[in-house]
Design a protein around this ligand. Structure first.
Ligand code: DOR
Ligand code: ZN
Length: 339
């Protein structure tokens, strides 16, 4: 198969930032119809009014159909969340365990303090997106997702069985198994976790552009993620987690977490699905399963991916005096989006 025409895809987990960075990266997601926009700005997007104003800035920067989220804190007002959802301002609420990742200091430390919000969201049908990692200092960074499943997610699911959940950027076979055991729960998977494992990041030199959170795991987990993504199971869908950081912040003694994949995510995914002999399942993963999970229609129009010459993507994009380095899998890609 050298050409594939499919429903226009969506990105169910995207970081666009604000200001100059927003203006630089928003056009890079142009092949996607909609995208769930993460709220971990500095300061975070915590009220419906702030989400409405951020939505306007995202549209002005060139991404026409953002789906906004609120950042859950221990002081979030349940009424504001439910109202923002009813008004169509937000699509979901994002829960970051405090300290789990970039700009997560205002996240949740004590889950008892967000009980009322979760109960109100469950009753009103407001989806919750989860950064699924514990942050306890005694837990090894490679085990943080697996421990989140038994320590946090299983009890949360039992307490709120009707809360619509998306486990974001799953990175382990344990998470894949947990999702399969809980019908109705959605899980996003990133491009980098399908394309790479921790050897790509650490063997033969430390490669900061492979560093993201949750951190890349061993190859057996990468295999489990590839199997889930290409299986056709509707619980799994694309959330790129494309996360721009200035190149100097990545190529630093203390590297920021995040891989920037917005520009070339679709050719990279076509490459992965072709390797897995599953190109016929790419449309489900990037264009059909996400809308079904969120109860939204699929996009009306289509895109075409074609296989041909070596994809010549830029090493970095300019961002108003800074640059953002693209995730480079380190081997040639031959798929293109036909514009
Ligand atoms: O690698 C990551 N980068 N993981 C996250 O959860 C946040 C993101 C960011 O905002 O840079
Ligand atoms: Zn993210």
């Amino acid at each position: 198969m050298n050409s594939l025409t499919i429903r226009r895809p969506d990105d169910w987990h995207l970081h666009l930032r604000d200001g100059d960075m927003l203006r630089a990266v928003a056009p890079e997601s142009r092949h996607f119809g909609r995208a769930i926009i993460m709220p971990n700005l500095v300061p975070p997007v915590v009220t419906g009014a702030q989400a409405a104003s951020y939505r306007d800035r995202v549209i002005a920067a060139g991404f026409a159909r953002p789906l906004m989220t609120l950042y859950l804190t221990e002081t979030t007002d349940p009424t504001d969340v439910v109202q923002a959802h009813a008004d169509g301002i937000i699509t979901a609420v994002k829960l970051y365990p405090a300290g789990a990742t970039t700009n997560s200091a205002s996240g949740v430390s004590n889950f008892e303090n967000v009980r009322d919000v979760l109960t109100a969201m469950e009753a009103a049908g407001v989806p919750l997106c989860l950064h699924g990692e514990v942050t306890d200092a005694d837990i090894d960074i490679f085990d943080r997702e697996a421990r989140f499943l038994d320590r946090v997610l299983t009890p949360l699911r039992a307490a709120h069985p009707d809360l619509k959940l998306t486990l974001e950027h799953v990175t382990t076979s344990e998470a894949v198994d947990w999702v399969r055991a809980h019908p109705g729960v959605g899980a996003t998977i990133t491009v980098q976790h399908l394309m790479a494992n921790r050897n790509d990041m650490l063997a033969g030199g430390m490669r900061p552009h492979f560093y993201c959170l949750p951190i890349l795991k061993r190859g057996t987990h990468q295999t489990a993620l590839r199997q889930a993504a290409t299986s056709g199971e509707a619980q799994f869908f694309l959330g790129t987690d494309s996360a721009p950081h200035p190149t100097h912040a990545k190529e630093s003694a203390c590297c920021s977490a995040g891989c920037f994949t917005a520009t070339h995510a679709l050719p990279l995914l076509a490459h992965v699905f072709e390797e897995e002999d599953a190109l016929d399942r790419l449309e489900g993963f990037i264009s059909l399963h996400g809308p079904a999970h969120y109860g939204l229609p699929v996009n009306d129009d289509t895109i075409t991916l074609s296989k041909g010459s070596h994809l010549d993507f830029p090493a970095r994009i300019e961002a108003y005096g800074q640059s953002v380095t693209l995730f480079d899998p380190g081997h040639p890609i031959h798929w293109h989006v036909v514009d």
